[in-house]
Design a protein around this ligand. Sequence first.
Ligand code: SAM
Length: 196
Amino acid sequence: MNENIIRQIKNYADKENVPIMTDDGINYLINYIKENDVKNILEIGTAIGYSAIMMCSVSDDIFVTTIERDEKRYLEALKNIKLLGLENRIRLIYKDALEVVIDEKYDLIFIDAAKAQNIKFFEKFENNLNNNGTIITDNMNFHGLVLKNDKEITSRNLRQLVRKVKNYKTFLEENDKYTTEFLNIGDGVAVSKRKI
Ligand code: SAM
């Protein structure tokens, strides 16, 4: 992978306030892909293509489908994917993920989009998961806010969002089709493995 282009992508994210995965989070994903021989990945929330590109960098036989609804970010991701010559391995869909119809099955589904909609994403896309597949969700700690109690969060909107992240955590804990591990990596990662 061209280190200069990766650095440029990270700098752009920094400058334009685009939330991309932390180094810890990305390293965890890369190791997970290597150790579990993941080949086909579905990502919800492309932003500017950083995590899709990094996941692809593990090996030449990895294919990623990634969905983004924001036009500016989609165009930036398209540019970055082309710059790295990854058009044949990253399929970029410009649409709201909840409106996309996908038939393929994936070894790994990575949810990194609007936190309030995580349950909807999970329930929609688990139909696209291979039998022994895994769903990984980022931002489970929501920048430490899930550890605070309601009264400490003064903004009503933020309180509602935190409640939704907590509800998603409960949804995963109570979902008996999956075993979920919650890891304190990056902004908190949930790793949900389908029980066979
Ligand atoms: N995975 C990216 C990375 O680490 O490089 C970061 C993704 S960023 C945290 C979340 C992205 O999801 C935003 O660019 C946002 O526009 C997009 N998004 C949020 N809700 C979405 C939806 N319903 N459908 C498609 N994209 C969505």
